[in-house]
Structure formats: C-alpha cells, structure tokens
Design a protein around this ligand. Structure first.
Ligand SMILES: Cc1cc2nc3c(=O)[nH]c(=O)nc-3n(C[C@H](O)[C@H](O)[C@H](O)COP(=O)(O)O)c2cc1C
Length: 192
C-alpha cells in the first residue's frame, strides 16, 4: 500500500520560484543553510560518484563576483547592457549557492548522467529552500558559462562547470504562477 505524504505532494504541485531580484535580506545563515545543502546532497547519483559540490556565496563575496563579471564583460567586448545583466545578480544577491558539476572519471557512468545529477541537485536545493519558507531562484547568466569567469570567480578546474546559481533569501511577494505545461501534450502512454 502507498504511504502518502500529502504535504510533500501539495508542495511539489504548487511550488514556484521567487524572482531573485525580488528577494531581500535576511538570507539564511550558515546553520540554516546546512540542512538545505544536506537535502540537496541526497540527490540520485548513479554510481555514488558525487559529481557535484557547493560553493556558498555570502554577501561580501557578491561584490567581488560583480567586479569580476564587470572586468570579464569588458574584456569580451560586451555592451554596457550585457555587462549590467551579467553582474546584476551579484550586485543584488544576498546569498547564493553555486552548484558545481564536478564530473568523476568512470568507465561505467556516462558523463551525461553526471550532468543530469548536477541539474537535479540544483532543483533539490531550490525545493529545499522553498519548502523551508525562503524565496529562491535558479539563475545562470553569461558569466556562469564563461570559462575565465569560472576560474577567476570560483577557481574551478577545467573539467568543472557551474550547473546553477541558486539564490536564497527572504521573499517580498509571492508571484502569480506561470503557465504550466499541458500534461496531455508532453505525456504519451505506451500502447498495451
Ligand atoms: C538552468 C537554468 C538556468 C536559468 N537561468 C536563468 C537566468 O539566468 N535568469 C532568469 O531570469 N531565469 C533563469 N532561469 C529560470 C528561472 O529559474 C525561473 O525562475 C524558473 O524557470 C521558474 O520556475 P518555477 O516557477 O517552476 O520555479 C533558469 C532556469 C534554469 C533551469
């Protein structure tokens, strides 16, 4: 017999992100963040390779990342708008967790499965934060795909990537839900 957890299912059926730019202080402190990271680390991981890790960006580090994004945008010849877009999440952010995809050599587990697992960690962290009552948002942006930014900002090795930047702080308003996929369009049932 199933052993339902209706609160958990209700959360999953209604969960939604809170746009990062609407978040305000306070952000979770280290003790409050730890169980959220713990929950995210319970993500399915074929072969138990742990192909991901966390870098926590607290407020003082945000300013450094904004400056690195600025310098990098100028070096890439981006226009002022693009540079502002790239740095704004760090200018405005209170706390974010960079989920780093850190693939492990394996003869058995394809790299793609390790990538999927890193993406799943991002959603698990987002959901843990939302379920704890925080506002949270999964962002990327051009700096998070730029190899030089990854190295200068986070000292990532060349085989590592940023799977997501999960911003977590206090929500100011609950946004209306966005349109959700039509289940019948995305689902087919195998013929019997
Ligand atoms: C990999 C990934 C990267 C994203 N990057 C951004 C971003 O840089 N800027 C942005 O406004 N939204 C970005 N989004 C979308 C936001 O997370 C958006 O809030 C989310 O789709 C809302 O989903 P929800 O309402 O189901 O929680 C990204 C989403 C994913 C999955």
């Amino acid at each position: 017999m199933p052993d339902p957890n209706p609160n958990a299912l209700d959360f999953l059926l209604t969960r939604r992100s809170r746009p990062a730019k609407t978040l305000q202080a306070p952000a979770p402190d280290r003790a409050q963040l730890r169980p959220l990271l713990q929950a995210a680390a319970r993500t399915p991981d074929h072969g138990k390779l742990e192909p991901w890790r966390f870098i926590v960006i607290e407020k003082p580090a945000m300013a450094r990342l904004a400056e690195i994004a600025q310098r990098r945008g100028e070096a890439l010849g981006l226009d002022a708008d693009q540079i502002t877009k790239g740095r704004s999440q760090f200018d405005q952010g209170h706390l974010a967790v960079a989920v780093i995809e850190s693939p492990k050599p394996s003869e058995k587990i394809p790299a793609l499965e390790q990538t999927y697992s890193a993406g799943a960690v991002c959603l698990a962290l987002l959901n843990a934060a939302l379920s704890a009552g925080w506002g949270a948002n999964w962002l990327s942006g051009w700096p998070s795909h730029d190899r030089t930014f990854m190295r200068e900002a986070f000292a990532l090795a060349d085989h590592e990537r940023i799977a997501g930047l999960i911003h977590i702080a206090t929500e100011t308003s609950t946004p209306p839900d966005r349109p959700r996929p039509d289940l019948d369009t995305i689902t087919s049932w195998m013929p019997e």
